[in-house]
Design a protein around this ligand. Structure first.
Ligand SMILES: [Zn+2]
Ligand SMILES: [Zn+2]
Length: 412
């Protein structure tokens, strides 16, 4: 009997992460320092966020633009009946903070359109990006930013009892887009945009038939990959990037395949050196261009890329009259492209319309008024990274780093 030690005082002091720390290679300090970006706080996002909080990951950023719906409740561990109607991202962040094993867990959230309103600089701050999305459009946009900033991208998908997991790290492997056909990309555009450039308000998106257990399986696999990626310097087995795993729960088939790097993939670009600035997206375009000119001793042109078209005017789809917009295309809906009279008369017609837009912004641009607009007004999100080009086509990249406190007040 004298061999039995009373250890009850010990139990009270036991660490909540004791069991995982017993894994020989486990480094809890790596997880505590880690920063993970979770895009999508639906069924899979809920499971992923729960896993991260319980593992003791120190910093989590959650993105979602939707509100909680009754139909979510059977699949969302972080939401309860009283949450119906509340914002998913904010609610998930609050629950994650309650659930974390650490009181100093840091969580921030973004409640908006990831494709157009989340700056590329956000992605720069994170070690791993986990996509818990239900549509190709947002997946491709997240993939684009992961390529530009060379971040590991773990993408989870579900359908009925099946789930798929994609793990990429461009330029070390292929990217998500390498495995997507151009036909699927075209179909996705057809669903979301009119035949010219404007957004459709009501999109014909299909509701995926699925169940919580599929989310739980794929979320566990996704977070396990993230844990391994974070431990890459201490793990003997290397994480395989450029791979797709598919689990069919109906017959327990588990297959993995390599996604080959496509030479002609349009997503294989990365930013060069990024220069931090104290600016936010509230700076006037004129002042920003002035600053860049002063710093570099020559004029630079701000290039926003074809996805961020700034529309000056478009012709009414019905009577062809010119309508002034001075707005980025992503803030204009298809039905806005009718003049007031035609809207009142209920005249509608489909088809392509002419529109005038800007992709390059510089001091000597034709539409001088635009120089007095803020970067936010021309469509640049907070904490974005801006590409500037001089007359010799040399590029420099400036980040609106002044926004970091606005975008992630807890993490920073
Ligand atoms: Zn690719
Ligand atoms: Zn009209």
């Amino acid at each position: 009997m004298d061999k039995i030690k009373i250890i009850s005082s010990h139990i009270a002091e036991e660490s909540p992460v004791d069991r995982q720390e017993r894994i020989s290679w486990w480094r809890q300090d790596i997880l505590r320092k880690a920063k993970i970006l979770v895009v999508g706080a639906g069924a899979t996002g809920n499971e992923v966020i729960k896993n991260l909080a319980l593992l003791g990951v120190g910093n989590v950023f959650i993105c979602d633009m939707d509100r909680i719906d009754t139909s979510n409740l059977s699949r969302t561990v972080l939401f309860s009946k009283d949450d119906v109607g509340k914002k998913k991202a904010k609610t998930a962040a609050e629950r994650a903070a309650e659930m974390s094993v650490y009181p100093d867990f840091k969580v921030d959230y973004f409640d908006g359109d990831v494709v157009y309103e989340l700056g590329d600089g956000v992605f720069r701050q994170f070690d791993v990006v986990i996509g818990c999305l239900d549509n190709l459009n947002t997946r491709l946009s997240v993939n684009k930013r992961c390529c530009l900033l060379q971040k590991p991208y773990v993408d989870a998908g579900i359908s009925e009892l099946a789930c798929s997991l994609n793990v990429f790290h461009y330029p070390h492997s292929s990217c998500y887009a390498c495995g997507v056909s151009s036909r699927d990309v075209a179909e996705e555009r057809r669903i979301r945009y009119s035949c010219d450039v404007f957004k459709k308000r009501a999109i014909e998106e299909e509701k995926v038939p699925t169940v919580q257990i599929s989310s739980a399986i794929v979320a566990a696999l996704a977070v396990q990959e993230a844990v391994k990626i974070l431990h890459k310097d201490v793990l003997e087995t290397e994480v395989c990037f450029g791979k797709r795993y598919f689990f069919q729960g109906i017959n327990n088939n588990f297959i993995d395949m390599i996604v080959p790097k496509k030479e002609e993939c349009l997503y294989h670009n990365s930013y060069g050196d990024i220069i931090e600035t104290e600016f936010t997206n509230k700076v006037r375009l004129r002042d920003f261009l002035e600053y860049v000119k002063e710093k570099n001793g020559e004029e630079y042109t701000l290039e926003v890329g074809s996805e961020l078209k700034f529309v000056i005017s478009a012709n009414c789809r019905s009577c062809n009259k010119e309508i002034k917009f001075y707005k980025p295309a992503h803030r204009i809906y298809e039905e806005d492209v009718y003049c007031e009279e035609c809207q009142k008369a209920g005249k509608t017609t489909n088809g392509y319309t002419d529109y005038k837009y800007v992709l390059d912004f510089c001091h000597d641009m034709e539409e001088k008024d635009i120089l007095d607009m803020t970067l936010e007004e021309i469509g640049i999100p907070k904490l974005h990274i801006l590409s500037l080009r001089n007359k010799d086509d040399k590029y420099i990249f400036y980040e609106l780093s002044g926004d970091i406190k606005n975008v992630m007040p807890n993490i920073y």
